[in-house]
Design a protein. Structure first.
Length: 244
């Protein structure tokens, strides 16, 4: 996805998340985030937006934007809205190739920030809506990019446990016509795309929409049934290796 599309996704997912928080009450448990209420989720998302807003400010020489502590009660939705809108404004004003701090060594750009924010907000929007009982899937194009981000970027954010070494997990997107083959290694996770032979060799093949595949990797319940062919314990080994 290009930078403008990712920024648009940040705006759309942020707005939908704020609407779910505003539906309240903030004491509502979030079933997809164990032990969290809507207040915990809103505080996390607002803080996430505020953090990356300050990263963008510092990378462009702007003064840091206001970032007050989260308020209590029903005021939380408005606070998240301000932090999300501020982030969108800064992403819009910052060229994608502008150098900023990131935790990912190969990419220190505002484009990385836009991508990371789009997917964080998409998954947490899903979480917030799951607490309200009115959940929408992640848009197919965004979900495909989210799968790529998980497999190319997020898997580098923690050390390997070594569990499941050599096991292969194949993902087939029924709506996007794409395939990923994930090999769990002792020190890294390898990914190959569009390799039908490797798909058939995989211990587990998971077929579903791009949204449901992304939700599966994030250990969220899917909106539609996914087809699981093979050894289902491989997905448990994946979740031991990847928690973000």
């Amino acid at each position: 996805m290009d930078h403008d599309s990712l920024v648009a996704a940040v705006r759309e997912e942020g707005d939908a998340l704020v609407a779910a928080v505003a539906a309240g009450p903030v004491s509502t448990p979030v079933p997809t985030c164990d032990g969290w209420t809507m207040a915990d989720l809103a505080s996390h998302v607002g803080s996430f937006c505020g953090f990356w807003s300050h990263v963008l400010c510092q990378g462009t020489g702007r003064p840091n934007t206001p970032f007050p502590d989260p308020p209590a009660g029903d005021a939380l939705a408005g606070w998240v809205a301000v932090q999300s809108d501020t982030l969108v404004d800064l992403l819009t004003a910052t060229p994608s190739d502008n150098e900023v701090w990131t935790w990912f060594g190969p990419d220190h750009s505002a484009g990385f920030v836009a991508r990371r924010c789009a997917h964080e907000l998409a998954v947490h929007r899903y979480d917030a809506q799951s607490a309200c009982g009115n959940v929408a899937p992640i848009a197919a194009e965004l979900a495909v990019d989210g799968l790529d981000e998980i497999l190319d970027v997020l898997v580098t954010a923690r050390e390997r446990t070594g569990q499941g070494t050599g096991r292969m997990l194949a993902l087939r997107s029924a709506d996007a016509g794409l395939e990923w083959v994930v090999t769990l290694g002792q020190e890294r996770i390898d990914v190959q795309r569009q390799n039908g032979a490797l798909v058939e060799e995989s211990a587990l093949i998971v077929t579903g929409t791009a949204s449901d595949l992304e939700l599966t990797l994030y250990d969220r319940p899917t909106l539609s049934p996914v087809d699981i062919s093979g050894d289902s314990t491989v997905i448990d080994e994946w979740h031991r290796e990847f928690t973000f």
